[in-house]
Design a protein around this ligand. Structure first.
Ligand code: SF4
Length: 403
C-alpha cells in the first residue's frame, strides 16, 4: 500500500508508463529492489513520463524508509593539506609543494577554525586532504617533523583531538588509507570517508580521468571500504557522476557499495556527486551531468538501495534542490556557516534557513545530524569507547543528536 498523497501521485504516474515499467515499479513498491538491467535501462531512457514516474516512486520509497526528515551536518571544513600524490583530471584542490597555492594548515589554524565552528553551532570537523602527501613531498615530511608528527595520520590524530576539545566530532577523508591507518584514526573519528567515484578500471587508462591517479584504482578503494566494515567504522562513500562512466558502470558502482553495506552494515550514506567542470583543469570543457542525469541517478540509487541514506551536495546543484529532493535523497551532507567547500570553492553553501523552507514546502523537516548517522549511535560496536561518552552527552532521548 502506498501512503497518503504519494498513493495518488504514484498511482497516477504508474498509469502513464508501459506495462513493463508498471510491473517493475509495482515490484519495487512491494519491497523488491530494482535489478541491474532495469536500473541501467532507467538511466539510459530519456522518456519524460518514465522520469516523472521514477521520481515519484523513489520519493515514496524514501518516505517509507526515512520518514519526512531530511538531514544535514553543520560542519567546519579543515583542508589539512592540499598536497597530493595523484592528479585527477578535474581537480583544482591539489597542489605540488612549490605551487603558490600549496598549503598545510598549522595546528593553531586548526584550533582557531574549530573554536569558531563551536561558537557557530557546528558539530562536525571535516578533515580533508590530498592523497599520500608524505610519499610525494620531502618538504612536507619536514613540516610534519616540525609539528612533532611522524606521519600524516599522526597529524590527523592531533587535529582530531583539537576538534574534540572544541566539542566537534571529526570525520576524516584522507584518500586511500591502510587498515592500520584507519585503526589509528578510529578512537578520534566518529566516521571516515572515501568516495569510490566509480568502479570502472577503464577510467584509469591513458587519456581517462584517473590516468595519473594511482589511488583511484577502484579495487584499492573497494578494499579500503571493506576494511572499514571489518573495523566497524561508519563509512561515507559514493559516486562521482560525469567523469566518463557509462550507465552500467554507475549501476555497478552503486551495487558494489550496496554489497559491502549488506555484508558489514557500515556504509552510512551513498553520495551522488555531480562533476563540475573547472577552468585550468584537463576537463575544463567536458560536459557536466544535467540536473536530470543527477536526479535520475539519485532515484535509481534509491530503488537499488531503498533503506540506505542517499546524499547529494546542495552547493553543486544550487538551482535544483527541489528536483533532487523529489528524486529521493534524504540528506544534504555537510553545510558550513563558516568555511567554504575548499574542493569546490566556487560553489557556496546554501543558506540553511532557505533550504529548510524549501524542504518544508515539499513536506519535509530539515534537521541537523552528527557526522555519524543516528542509527549508528544505537550500535555500540560502531563507536570507539573514547567517543562514546562525548556522543551520549549530545543524544536526545530518542537517539537523535542535537546540534
Ligand atoms: S581529487 Fe583528490 S586524489 Fe584527485 S588530485 Fe584532487 S586531491 Fe588528489
Amino acid at each position: 500500500m502506498l501512503s497518503g498523497d504519494a498513493t495518488a501521485l504514484c498511482s497516477g504516474a504508474l498509469d502513464g508508463v508501459s506495462r513493463h515499467w508498471r510491473r517493475i515499479f509495482a515490484a519495487v513498491l512491494d519491497g523488491r529492489p530494482l535489478d541491474r538491467e532495469n536500473a541501467i535501462a532507467l538511466l539510459e531512457r530519456s522518456d519524460e513520463r518514465l522520469f516523472c514516474t521514477l521520481l515519484s516512486v523513489a520519493s515514496e520509497i524514501r518516505v517509507r524508509a526515512k520518514g519526512h526528515v531530511i538531514t544535514y551536518s553543520p560542519k567546519v571544513f579543515l583542508p589539512v593539506t592540499n598536497l597530493c600524490l595523484d592528479r585527477c583530471a578535474y581537480c583544482t584542490f591539489r597542489a605540488d609543494v612549490d605551487d603558490p597555492h600549496a598549503w598545510t594548515m598549522l595546528p593553531e589554524e586548526v584550533r582557531n577554525v574549530c573554536e569558531q565552528g563551536r561558537r557557530a553551532g557546528c558539530t562536525e570537523a571535516l578533515l580533508c586532504l590530498g592523497d599520500k602527501p608524505e610519499r610525494a613531498f620531502k618538504a612536507y615530511r619536514a613540516t610534519l617533523h616540525v609539528f612533532g608528527c611522524r606521519s600524516t595520520v599522526d597529524y590527523l590524530i592531533h587535529c582530531s583531538e583539537v576538534a574534540l576539545s572544541q566539542e566537534l566530532f571529526p570525520h576524516t577523508n584522507a584518500g586511500l588509507l591502510s587498515r592500520e591507518d584507519m585503526e589509528k584514526l578510529r578512537p578520534t573519528n566518529v566516521s571516515l570517508g572515501l568516495m569510490l567515484e566509480n568502479i570502472s578500471p577503464r577510467l584509469r587508462r591513458r587519456g581517462q580521468v584517473h590516468a595519473q591517479a594511482p589511488d583511484k584504482d577502484p579495487q584499492k578503494r573497494l578494499a579500503m571500504i571493506r576494511q572499514a566494515g571489518e573495523l566497524r567504522i561508519p563509512f561515507t562513500t559514493g559516486i562521482l557522476l560525469g567523469i566518463g562512466e557509462t550507465p552500467a558502470e554507475v549501476v555497478d558502482s552503486v551495487l558494489a557499495i550496496r554489497a559491502l553495506h549488506e555484508q558489514f552494515g557500515h556504509v552510512q550514506e551513498i553520495i551522488i556527486q555531480n562533476f563540475r567542470a573547472k577552468p585550468t583543469t584537463r576537463m575544463a570543457s567536458a560536459p557536466e551531468p544535467s540536473n536530470v542525469d543527477t536526479a535520475k541517478t539519485i532515484a535509481v540509487t534509491r530503488l537499488l538501495a531503498p533503506a540506505m541514506n542517499i546524499q547529494a551536495p546542495p552547493n553543486l546543484s544550487p538551482y535544483d534542490h527541489r528536483l533532487l529532493l523529489r528524486a529521493g535523497l534524504n540528506d544534504w551532507g555537510g553545510i558550513s556557516p563558516l568555511t567554504p567547500d575548499f574542493v569546490n570553492p566556487e560553489a557556496p553553501w546554501p543558506h540553511v534557513a532557505a533550504l529548510a523552507s524549501l524542504c518544508r514546502d515539499e513536506g519535509f523537516a530539515l534537521a541537523p545530524r552528527l557526522p555519524i548517522y543516528p542509527e549508528y549511535l544505537l550500535q555500540p560496536e560502531f563507536i570507539h569507547e573514547n567517543l562514546r561518552r562525548r556522543l551520549q552527552k549530545l543524544q536526545q532521548p530518542k537517539g537523535v543528536p542535537t546540534c
